[in-house]
Design a protein around this ligand. Structure first.
Ligand code: ASP
Length: 346
C-alpha cells in the first residue's frame, strides 16, 4: 500500500473509532415484561425461577446488542419480543394459552415513536412470530391492523415463517385450559347456546393467563418504540381480542413522550386506552412517566375492577414498571450493560 493510501486509511479508521465511541457514549434503554399476574415465590421452583430469569436476560441481551451498536429502538423491541415468543415460558408465540375452543389465537402490535407508525395482527393461528407480522403490517402495508386469515395471507406474501397450529401446543397451557374450563360454568352453557351474564364480566381466567410479553426502548438517536405480543387469556371465547394488538390500549410510542407496553386484563386496558393515556398525561399534564403510569395502574385500572401492569420508558430514558398484581416478569438494561431482572413485588 502506498504511504498516502495508508494515511487515508488510518484517518478513516480513527474517524470510525471516534464515531463509534461517540455513539456508544449516548444513552439508551430497553425495558421488557413477560406478563403480570398471580406470580408468587411460594409457587415457584428454583429451576423455574432460573429459567424465567435466563429467558428475560436473553431477551435483554438481544436488544442490548442492537442498541449498543447504534441500532434502532424498533429493531431492539422486535428482537427482544421474538425471543420471548419463541420461549414456551411466556404466553406469546410458542407458549400461548388456549381459547375456550382449544385453539391458540395470537395478538401482537408494534409502534414507532419517530413517526407514529403502527402495525398489528390479531387472532392469528399460524404465524410463528406475530410481532414480526405486526411490523410488516406497519412497514409493508397501508394498514395498521389485520386479523385472522387475512393477516396470515399477508404474512405469507411477506415471506414470514408460518407454522402448523400444533406448533403452539404446550402441555402446561393445555392443562391450564382444562382446569379453567372445569371451573367455568359458561363453558357448557355457552356450548348449548345459552347466554350467561358472567362471561361478560370474566372473558378468561386471570390466574392462569399471565405471560404476555412486551418491550419498550429508547435508542441512541432519541427514538422510542414499543411492542407487545400475547396469546390473550386462557379460555377466551369466540373471537375475543384483547388490548395487546390495539394501538393506544396495550401499546403506544411517541418520541415526544414515552413508549408503553401493557399486560393484564385486556378489557380494562382497552376501556381506559391505558398506553395512550400514559402518553397524554405526560404530554398534556406534564406528569413524569412514574406519576402517569402509577395513576393508571394503581388508580384507574383497579378502580374499574381490572388488574395488570405495564412497562414504560420516557424520552429521557426514565423507566417505570408498575403492576397491581402479585408479580410481573420484568427487566431493563441501559447503556452501562447492567441487566436488572425482577419477578415479584420488591
Ligand atoms: N392483556 C392480555 C389480554 O388481555 C393478557 C395479559 O396480558 O395477561 O389479552
Amino acid at each position: 500500500m502506498k504511504p498516502f493510501s495508508a494515511i487515508i486509511l488510518l484517518l478513516f479508521m480513527m474517524a470510525t473509532a471516534q464515531a463509534q465511541q461517540a455513539a456508544s457514549s449516548k444513552k439508551f434503554t430497553l425495558v421488557i415484561h413477560g406478563g403480570a399476574g398471580t406470580i408468587l415465590k411460594k409457587n415457584m421452583t428454583p429451576e423455574k425461577e432460573q429459567a424465567y430469569q435466563l429467558a428475560l436476560n436473553n431477551a435483554l441481551q438481544a436488544g442490548y446488542t442492537i442498541l449498543t451498536k447504534g441500532g434502532t429502538a424498533l429493531d431492539a423491541v422486535e428482537a427482544a419480543v421474538r425471543l420471548m415468543e419463541d420461549s414456551p415460558l411466556f404466553n406469546a408465540g410458542k407458549g400461548a394459552v388456549f381459547t375456550n375452543e382449544g385453539k391458540n389465537e395470537l395478538d401482537a402490535s408494534i409502534m414507532d415513536g419517530k413517526n407514529l407508525g403502527a402495525g398489528a395482527v390479531a387472532s392469528v393461528t399460524t404465524i410463528r412470530n406475530p410481532i414480526t407480522a405486526a411490523r410488516a403490517v406497519m412497514e409493508k402495508s397501508q394498514h395498521v391492523m389485520m386479523v385472522g386469515s387475512g393477516a396470515e395471507k399477508f404474512a405469507q406474501q411477506q415471506g414470514l415463517e408460518l407454522v402448523d397450529p400444533s406448533y403452539f401446543y404446550t402441555e402446561e397451557r393445555w392443562q391450564g385450559l382444562l382446569k379453567v374450563r372445569a371451573q367455568d360454568p359458561d363453558s357448557v352453557a355457552l356450548d348449548h347456546g345459552n347466554k350467561s351474564t358472567s362471561m361478560l364480566k370474566q372473558p378468561g381466567n386471570r390466574d392462569d393467563k399471565y405471560g404476555t410479553v412486551g418491550a419498550v426502548a429508547l435508542d441512541q438517536h432519541g427514538n422510542l418504540a414499543a411492542a407487545t405480543s400475547t396469546g390473550g387469556m386462557t379460555n377466551k371465547k369466540f373471537g375475543r381480542i384483547g388490548d395487546a394488538p390495539i394501538i393506544g390500549a396495550g401499546t403506544y410510542a411517541n418520541n415526544a413522550t414515552c413508549a408503553v407496553s401493557c399486560t393484564g386484563w385486556g378489557e380494562f386496558f382497552i376501556r381506559l386506552s391505558v398506553a395512550k393515556t400514559v402518553s397524554d398525561l405526560i404530554e398534556y399534564k406534564g406528569l413524569s412517566v412514574q406519576a402517569a403510569t402509577n395513576d393508571l395502574i394503581h388508580k384507574k385500572v383497579p378502580a374499574l375492577g381490572g388488574d395488570g401492569g405495564l412497562i414504560a420508558v420516557d424520552k429521557s430514558g426514565n423507566v417505570a414498571m408498575p403492576f397491581n398484581t402479585e408479580g410481573m416478569y420484568r427487566g431493563y438494561i441501559k447503556q452501562d450493560g447492567k441487566a436488572v431482572v425482577q419477578i415479584y413485588k420488591e
